[in-house]
Design a protein around this ligand. Structure first.
Ligand SMILES: C[S@@+](CC[C@H](N)C(=O)[O-])C[C@H]1O[C@@H](n2cnc3c(N)ncnc32)[C@H](O)[C@@H]1O
Length: 363
């Protein structure tokens, strides 16, 4: 398959055999949900004596940590080879495997950007009460190397902030574990795949770190969640799965997906708010030359100068530089840390005036 590059296809077989057949640097984004090596030795039972549907499948069994590490190193190396230099990789896991995976990723040269903690409000309790409820999974997000450039849509992701909508998205994501109509079931009504990921998780990952038409790759496709969401978001996709039952179910699922219409806002380039310089607020009369601003720490205030810089005693500089100097921190977002006093003497971040200025300009 030297120069052939199959797209929008599930390749059936072992990912370790198939990865070397793909061309170098051909994918823009990797999502991998590898075996967890859960090491479950016994069945788990609920207090009402029903059996917990845990992952006991053969694909999750490894003889030792060393065997698991060898497998992990091999598939991560294969993925790194087919990643474009600007690609990023997201690897999901639980406490059973994520630390081993993270170490190996760093050893291979990947550069970790974030670790998302996926909080599942509907997680299964620890019925024996012997540990905390295990209600988080983790997703390591990394670029190919320390110096690589990569895609990240900061503004696009703000609406997904579960705790403070509209503000910068943090790395704790509250997403219900797959259930209801989204859960694929077999003819007996049992879960078709034990670890079907929620579409919402993949939606965030794909929107955050790829663009329409980019190639999204999943080396452990399972029930096809990555491909289904990639298709819906008008990305190209490629997946590998070695279990024929999962492969068939995934294909059927993907075939049913209709891509979003081209004018869907999720596909539009996110609109960045126009840049505003602090000086513009002074020139437009939102703040006055000589007016005092107050840093969010005791006894730190400064006067506004005509050129838009601030002066505090002998020191002067931009809202950012002077803020960092006074706070003794490497950087400071002056918009958030300097405050102005309103007519009643109440203090507000100057960012409120910037937002007012933008709104007034847009009218
Ligand atoms: C954790 S599940 C992925 C679930 C998937 N993210 C979803 O939403 O359905 C891992 C999948 O990888 C497959 N798998 C495990 N080892 C594999 C290998 N060496 N090559 C190909 N597929 C493999 C398993 O059959 C299983 O479906």
């Amino acid at each position: 398959m030297a120069n052939q590059f199959p797209l929008n296809t599930i390749l059936t077989g072992d990912t370790l055999d198939i990865l070397p057949t793909l061309p170098e640097q051909c994918v823009d984004l990797v999502f991998a949900d590898p075996p967890y090596n859960l090491q479950l030795k016994e069945d788990l039972w609920r207090p009402n004596l029903t059996k917990v549907d845990a992952v006991t499948d053969g694909w999750d069994q490894f003889g030792s940590f060393a065997e698991y590490d060898e497998f992990t190193r091999a598939w991560l190396t294969g993925c790194r080879r087919i990643m474009k230099d600007t690609a990023t990789i997201w690897v999901s896991g639980t406490y059973h495997n994520i630390f081993r995976v993270g170490t190996i990723m760093q050893d291979l040269g990947f550069w970790v950007l974030n670790t998302v903690s996926w909080f599942k409000p509907n997680a299964t309790p620890n019925f024996n009460g012997t540990r905390l409820k295990n209600d988080v999974e983790f997703v390591i997000w990394a670029k190919k190397s320390e110096s690589s450039r990569y895609t990240f849509h900061h503004h696009r992701m703000k609406p997904f902030n579960d705790f403070n909508p509209g503000k910068q998205l943090g790395s704790v994501w509250k997403i219900t574990a797959t259930g209801g109509a989204e859960r694929l079931r077999d003819d007996n009504g049992d879960k078709l795949h034990p670890t079907q990921k929620p579409k919402e998780l993949l939606k965030r990952i794909i929107l955050a770190s790829s663009n329409p038409d980019d190639v999204v790759f999943d080396p452990f496709l399972g029930s096809g969640t990555t491909a289904a969401v990639a298709k819906q978001l008008r990305r190209q996709w490629l997946g590998i799965e070695r279990d024929a039952t999962y492969q068939a179910a995934a294909q059927e699922r993907i075939d049913k997906v209709t891509p979003l219409s081209l004018d869907d806002p999720l596909l539009a380039e996110p609109v960045k708010p126009p840049r505003v310089a602090f000086r513009q607020l002074v020139e437009a009369g939102y703040l006055q030359v000589g007016e005092r601003l107050y840093l969010d720490q005791p006894d730190c205030e400064a006067a506004i100068m005509a050129d838009g810089r601030l002066q505090a005693g002998e020191l002067s500089g931009s809202i950012h530089r002077l803020g960092a100097r006074l706070k003794e921190t490497p950087t400071c977002n002056g918009w958030m840390h300097w405050r102005y006093a309103d007519d009643e003497g109440n203090l507000h971040p100057i960012d409120a005036l910037r937002q007012q200025y933008r709104a007034d300009m847009a009218d």
